[in-house]
Design a protein around this ligand. Sequence first.
Ligand code: DGJ
Length: 745
Amino acid sequence: MRKGKIMIIYHESSKTFHLYNNEISYIMCVLPNGHLGNLYFGKRIHDREDFSHLLEMKQRPMTACVYEGNRKFSLEHLKLEYPVYGSSDYRYPAVEILQENGSRISDFTYVSYTIAAGKPKLQGLPATYTEKDEEAQTLCVKLKDEVTGIVLELLYTIFTQRGIITRSARFTNEGTSSVHLLNAMSLSLDLPDKDYVWMQFSGAWSRERHVKERRLEQGIQSVGSIRGNSSHEHNPFIVLRRPSATENAGEVMGFSLIYSGNHRMQAEVDTHDTTRITVGINPQNFDWKLDCGESFQTPEAVVVFSDKGLNGMSQTFHKLYQKRLARGYWRDRPRPILNNNWEATYFDFTEDRLVEIAAKAKECGVELFVLDDGWFGARSNDYAGLGDWVANRERLPQGIKGIADRIEEMGMKFGLWFEPEMVNKDSDLYRAHPDWILQTPQRHSCHGRNQYVLDFSRKEVVDCIYEMMYKILSEAKVSYIKWDMNRSITECCSAALPADRQGEVFHRYILGVYDLYERLNTAFPQILFESCASGGGRFDPGILYYAPQGWTSDDTDAAERVKIQYGTSMCYPVSSMGSHVSVVPNHQLNRKTPLHTRANVAYFGTFGYELDLNKLSDEEISEVKQQITFMKEYRELIQFGTFYRLKSPFEGNETVWMTVSEDKKTALVFWYRERNVVNADFTRVRLQGLDPDLIYRNEYNETENYGDELMNLGLLTTDCTAGEPTSEDQPCTDYESRIYVLTAK
Ligand code: DGJ
């Protein structure tokens, strides 16, 4: 086995596949009944002609066995690649197909395989990609269920660099009757033990992606969404870490689904303590009719293995999602510093008022002014206007072109908010097409924020919204779009589909969203898209393919943002996190945090302001100007450097993270303390990723230290002055933070 070369090997004599690179091995074989079994996934091991000793088959009581005369071969106790229920395996399956005769059993047996350089595109779905064929190899294993004629192709891509495997499944009906796919997972992986801590990233509106963890135990642990969007509640991302694994050491596996709709991430530990992970579209409400000759492609799942702890895993996801999932003009570019008017004005604005806000922003160094909700149709509150994507001439007398020109003339870029998937009943669009919303006949339709969900499973609906958006975007100079989505789906039913295809609507809806994104990306390749769903309700890798950044949360309070951004960073790169400085008292929870802390947190994202800078004092404005100068100097490093989490807000009073440049010559360390501490200890934090032999100058402490000292002894963060008498008008030093800039000499 040559080092540095990625390989997919097939050993014919033992019918074994070995996918490996320098970091990982993924080994499978064809089982005696023709199914595909898993033998190993983890740190790279030597290749062998035959790994069949890893197939442990023993006679066990109360076990259903496949062949008469053989009491050892049962699917129940084997590690399987794409398991079915109903033929001796009693764990939850990867696939369930309802057939004409009512049976749900299938029996996918091995037919053939192909190995290709690079990675094929997934039709109509977001997925990771390669730019050169040498970056990856893809194995396609073809299996067939002879009774139904359904062909199953399991796709596995291994990337040359890092511990990444991507997986998906494609079904083609080569039989003579239709079937219903009731469950079609993207990934199923059986692990030989349960010695893991399960981590999930859960929350709600304004407290998205908090880190939650617990030991795996017998039974099922699962997170998911059946809301139609990936959700604020549970991100399509889970981690299994060995109990001894930390941020910087130990074995960790991350599972991520590149999908923005209903998902399920599940671990089932059986009573022999083996673990089955399944990742894919949530089977609840899923029923895809597959007619003869038709195919169904599942979304892509990504699994990352790291033996360098959680940071090692996150860095792999960051690089992959930044460079080989996100696309287009903005992929590698530092993001513009923006000022969004939402929290400054809400619906209460005129064109002149907007220009006033923009002018002050320009004076401070802001590069992009974003006009949020309220510029279109009869939208003066959230009861009306959604769906009518034409400028409201009372507010914007010269339309979008008028305001965009005024902003451009100031030397700034102009950005615009849309919520393309939604409609208010009080809109021209709804009045013309009342049947274009998702609704169930004879049932009451629930609203969310007074709005209804357009049926994006229908092409004519997507076409109509595209036309309206295209008109605005081609008439005015718009450089940025904030694509919002402010409610989940209810009464999910499409007037355009027959009864036996209603189980397809949730998925078809998301395909419609992807289609609109793709068309707009193609028509306007230089527009920067930022996704949003009431903050972080659809912050997932599916959307990242079309919009390289997303509004991380509606919660702009710095203390809350520390937790949200920390949890988000487990999977998503800093360049993807929309993060702004807003006013105090904060609009979400009335808290007051210092201006420098609000900026220090917001730097670790795309950075901007969500306020009217005219309302700040002269002193604050000069601080804002310094913040913008600082961000312009360091944004490339912050957004694209190697990110390390050092101290978790979920574990203590302090949070620390840092980013290091590729050449290791510059690093920024973010330190945050929630509550002041009286008569505190001397404190230090051990840094990561520096060059041990370089001397780093630390402006804040006015010190110089070797990298090895900073990494092994630590950076001094001591602040034991609290408790000394302070004057009454000195600010309280709760929510204190600092940025340490380290520059190699
Ligand atoms: C929800 C978003 O998260 C906010 O930033 C803002 O755009 C509003 N919608 C506008 O309605």
